[in-house]
Design a protein around this ligand. Structure first.
Ligand code: BDP
Length: 665
């Protein structure tokens, strides 16, 4: 008897310790089912096995029948779910659709929404829903904040890390169906035969999860790896080289997705090096892949230091090429005209390329949003984009991934929600930020109502908070040089490109602050449709959110709130700080609903975020205050840090868990 009791106690303790300590490696896929779930599959296959295993692992005591049915959805990957005579009946014209439906059921059960009245019909908004990994062959990740690259190139193809399959599974569970494995600043070696067999190994693991592999390519690859004299897209040898390369790739990976290309941008080679256009370059590659069914995602992220306004350049360069791209080319455009800032107006190139295919590139990794230290839920930012660019005008969607070798995949436990939200919005852009946050919270932490409501609100407010403590009112690109973590509005590097300097963007002077993109300035407003152009062009009608994006505004200008610009700036920065204080407070009350390990990790990161928010506010208000000649109004919290100390500070980004450490006090 004693022995049994002891065993029970030990068992309970073990269970409790597990229950109360989670490292986040299971992501949102933590549901535990029971043996009594019955799953009928239409035939045995690798995909059907996954679907059955997933349902059995996660669902409790239900019966699910998966049916292969050509009529179930007009779109290949679509599915329907209903309940009949004690069974959930899942139908789809494809295996991938049946797998997505299985994850849908699991999600519904976790969210407490699974009822016998179920009648679901789902199909994805886009056929191509891809992650872009900015991973280098040496294991580093450009703008990666969660460890090293997941791809162990030196071990592949022989050794296959368990994480590859877990990665594929996580993507499939939210509907992501493609992955570009390597950095857009692409190493030519990725296309060598030695690497292609490694790529094939990954493609083979991902395939049953419905995920296709794509590669970023360096436009000069034929010159670098095979000594061709040129990479001119109109040169016959070059064209033949790419065709042969395509044949080699498809002989290894028959469902290879295609290429992603960054050309003539930030020093990358491209067709313009030979006096050819982006269309010449993209079409040459498109022809090489066409017979295999591959596509080219050609990036429109271009800007040169000579032009007067960086925000105008992609439009100026690509708009004249509209209609000149082959059918299997999609122009991949970042959501805003500059570069993934906390807030940008949408890129006017969307809606200007009527005769070309276009796709949006979002950034899931938080290059400009506090890395993996800040809790910033990005769905509201992406939804804001869709308010301006109707989702059905796009042909595909891409997100720059935030995954790495960290145990919890994304560095910050809440950064997982951005990977999740990207997938869910790529499937259905009409979901609200709140809905997605709720789903994710219930699966990842707890379905307790109070917990879900409080933390959902925290999440949905977090993006606006970051805008406020970093760059309110349309300010942009005042980040520290190179790494883009903290504030450096004063940054001035001798001989550097002017459009990489904060002062290029903020233009602060005794008179005012902001970039004049009105018709009296750079006239970037003219790239927007007439209705928006007239709103943005007029200082009186331009929304506060964008005012310093489109105008250089006098410090004394009366804002919509009735405050002067200077006072409003102080209010916004302080609001940002107050929001993060509130987040710390809300999170502090959730201890009962979260295991200890994740609770503490998130608490520690929130502390860093709060310090950083204060740092941002103090740096910006003290620095801009030197131009405005005004003090922070008496009803606002005063900066406590010392401006000179902040200016002297150099962040060591290899070791910056808590960069401040009381440094500026
Ligand atoms: C910027 C990043 C840089 C990328 C570039 C791009 O700072 O590292 O290479 O965009 O998208 O956001 O090509």
């Amino acid at each position: 008897m004693k022995k049994i009791c002891l065993a029970v106690i030990i068992f309970c303790l073990g269970g409790c310790i597990n229950a109360f300590s989670e490292d986040g490696s299971s992501l949102w896929l933590r549901q535990k089912g029971g043996k009594n779930t019955r799953v009928v599959i239409p035939f045995e296959s690798a995909v059907m096995k996954i679907a059955r295993d997933e349902l059995q692992k996660a669902m409790k005591g239900v019966s699910v029948i998966l049916k292969y049915d050509k009529e179930a959805s007009a779109k290949e990957e679509g599915f329907s779910i209903k309940y009949e005579k004690g069974n959930y009946i899942v139908s789809s014209p494809s295996e991938a659709g049946l797998l997505y439906a299985s994850y849908h059921l699991i999600r519904m059960e976790a969210a407490g929404e699974l009822t016998t009245g179920i009648n679901v019909k789902e199909s994805p908004a886009y056929g191509i829903r891809v992650l872009n990994h900015w991973d280098n062959p040496d294991g580093t990740i450009e703008r990666g904040y969660a460890g090293e690259s997941l791809w162990q190139w030196d071990e592949l193809p022989g050794i296959r890390s368990e994480r590859y399959e877990q990665y594929a599974r996580a993507n499939a569970s939210v509907g992501i169906n493609g992955t570009v494995l390597n950095n857009v600043n692409a190493s030519p070696s990725i296309l060598t035969s030695a690497y292609l067999i490694k790529v094939k190994a990954l493609a083979d693991i991902f395939r049953p999860y419905g995920i296709r592999v794509y590669l970023s390519v360096n436009f000069a690859t034929p010159m670098i790896t095979d000594n061709l004299a040129t990479a001119d897209p109109l040169d016959n040898d070059v064209r033949v080289w790419w065709k042969k390369k395509a044949d080699e790739i498809y002989s290894l990976i028959p469902d290879f997705g295609g290429f992603l290309v960054k050309a003539n941008s930030e020093g990358q080679p491209g067709p313009c090096d030979y006096g050819r256009s982006h269309a010449d370059g993209a079409n040459m590659l498109a022809e090489a892949l066409q017979s295999h069914g591959g596509i080219i995602m050609w990036r429109a992220f271009v800007y040169s230091p000579e032009d007067s306004d960086r925000a105008k350049q992609a439009y100026n360069e690509f708009k004249p090429l509209d209609g000149k791209f082959h059918d299997n080319v999609i122009i991949q455009i970042k959501n805003g005209p500059i570069d993934f800032q906390p807030r940008e107006p949408y890129s006017p190139l969307f809606g200007a390329m009527h005769r070309s295919k276009t796709m949006v590139e979002f950034q899931i990794t938080q290059e400009y949003l506090g890395f993996s230290n800040h809790l910033v839920y990005l769905a509201p930012m992406w939804k804001e984009f869709f308010e301006f660019v109707p989702h059905n005008t796009l042909n595909a969607i891409a997100g720059v991934a935030n995954t790495g070798t960290d145990k919890n995949w994304c560095g910050h436990h809440f950064a997982q929600s951005n990977w999740y939200a990207f997938g869910r919005l790529a499937w259905n852009p009409e979901l609200t930020s709140e809905e997605i946050a709720e789903e994710w919270l219930k699966q990842t932490f707890s379905a307790d109502n109070g917990f879900v409501e409080s933390v959902r609100d925290l999440m949905t407010e977090s993006r606006e908070a970051a805008v406020n403590y970093m760059m309110p009112l349309g300010l942009h690109h005042i980040f520290a040089w190179g790494h883009h973590y903290g504030p450096e509005p004063w940054c001035d590097i001798d001989g550097a490109r002017p459009d990489w300097m904060p002062s290029y963007y903020h233009n602060a002077s005794e008179k005012g602050i902001g970039f004049d993109r009105s018709s009296l300035g750079s006239n970037a407003v003219a790239q927007y449709p007439p209705e928006l152009k007239s709103i943005y062009d007029d200082l009186r009608t331009c929304p506060d959110e964008y005012i310093l994006w489109f105008h250089n505004v006098p410090w004394t200008h009366k804002m919509q709130s009735g405050n002067t610009l200077w006072n409003e700036l102080c209010v916004r920065y302080n609001n940002g700080v107050s929001s993060v204080r509130k987040f710390c407070n809300i999170w502090g009350k959730q201890k009962a609903f979260v295991d200890d390990e994740r609770f503490r990790s998130v608490s520690a990161k929130l502390e860093i975020q709060l310090n950083d928010a204060v740092w941002w506010r103090d740096a910006c208000l003290l620095y801009f205050g030197e131009f405005s000649g005004k003090n922070v109004p008496s009803d606002q919290e005063k900066p406590g840090y010392d401006l000179q100390k902040m200016k002297d500070f150099r962040l060591d980004i290899t070791n910056f868990e808590s960069p401040l450490n009381g440094y500026f006090e």
